[in-house]
Design a protein around this ligand. Sequence first.
Ligand code: HEC
Length: 468
Amino acid sequence: MNGNRVFFMTLIGAFLTAFCTVDESTTDTEGAKLYQEYCADCHGKEMQAFVHHEWNFGTGKDAIKESIMKGRGEGAMPSYEGALSDKEIDNLVAYLVDGINKLDSYQPPEPDLSKIYKSGSFEYRLETVHEDLDSPWGIAFVDAESYFFTEKKGKLFRVYKSGATVEIDNVPEVNSAGQGGLMDVELHPDFKDNGWIYLSYSKTKSGVGRKSNTTAVSRFQIKDNMLVNEQEIFEGKPYSTTRHHYGSRMIFDREGYLYITMGDRGARSVNPQDLSKSAGKVHRLYDDGRVPTDNPFVDQQNAVSSIYSFGHRNQQGMAMDPNTGVIWTHEHGPRGGDELNRIIKSENYGWPVVSYGINYNGTRFTDETDRPEFESPTHYWVPSIAPCGMDFVTSDVYPGWKGHVLIGSLKFEQVNLVRIQNNQSMGEEVLMKGLGRVRDIKQSPDGYIYVSVERPGRIYRVVPWEEG
Ligand code: HEC
């Protein structure tokens, strides 16, 4: 081969290489893959979280790159510098810039309401009971015909037998930013007599600079569709400027104790293992906020006396097994390692010392999944399903579901049925695939299951399918 030809071939090679590396489809595929692996958990499979988003740092290439390199939201989004190569980050930037430009025309997928779902030989479908809601969060039934529900931005509604939906005013001011807002609603076991309604929310303390927040619970009575007689019964300490991992579920047990979950507020190395901090714990109180004298850490110096169990990450689901009276919670793992736990007094659930998960940016923080001194999960999920909302099925409406627990998935937009026997997990089944990001699940006193979902904001009732 003469010199000229070699030179010419090399030139073509170089041209092809250069051409291929900037070829859009290659970049797209690589960027899309990376996005699904590293970013979709928090920003949505189709970047839904960025729809109508007010950009803090801008949408230009440099701004996006800086967000990825540095991380954002005070640790809520990790830094990817070092975890991903420069080329991978550039591919992600290209994918994001392109995707963001298309978001204005984004339409959330409509769940197909004519769809008949199947579980074994049982067929069921979804019936819309409320639509056009703005991130419905908690649901609490008064009786079979009436219930309350919250919207995250700070609204509370009561639904009556006729279907009339009435807004209840005078809700405390909530900081509806990040994962915070008005979250759960729970009713006193004697609500019909005493009218106490409990709300959990992100409470703000305005000081100098950025707002500080915490998980708080207040109870109220209702007069003329307004909340009155507020009594604050729980205020997590200390406040922090992060806007995620509030936890915030509430449930009463058979004896009338109120349990409250509080997430680790994004400070895993500070909060969950420290009994002088409220975050990363399950708390137990009397209905009026007093601390039961038999709580496990009441006699321990500096410990927060309401703590019942600790070493938790972010528990957005809690329910009582009506057969055993045992309280169950689930919690979000980081990337992988979501857990379903049976809550036992004084136990340590091990976060962040042990976990089945890894960091969002792919790096590891522990190789240990269990230790004898920690309570291990009854069930765990790798990859994460991002659990939110849960309830036990006790009714005969749904053959095969009775006695088992339903858990909502934000990430997979479905409900997972975990079969529980003698407090052990006997496996799971996926239900209602494609339903939307699930926030809460409650069985009504008449036995029907209600599910709240965001984007599009709706409440569904799950009904058996009957032909004709
Ligand atoms: C664990 C959750 C999480 C993961 C994983 C995550 N992010 Fe974020 N991201 C956040 C949070 C929280 C914010 C801050 C939002 C705020 O301040 O309102 C944020 C902010 C951003 C912003 C800036 C938005 C703005 O308003 O300017 C960009 C861009 C971004 N993320 C892109 C990504 C990309 C790309 C990935 C994957 C490499 C990723 N994120 C992974 C949670 C996450």
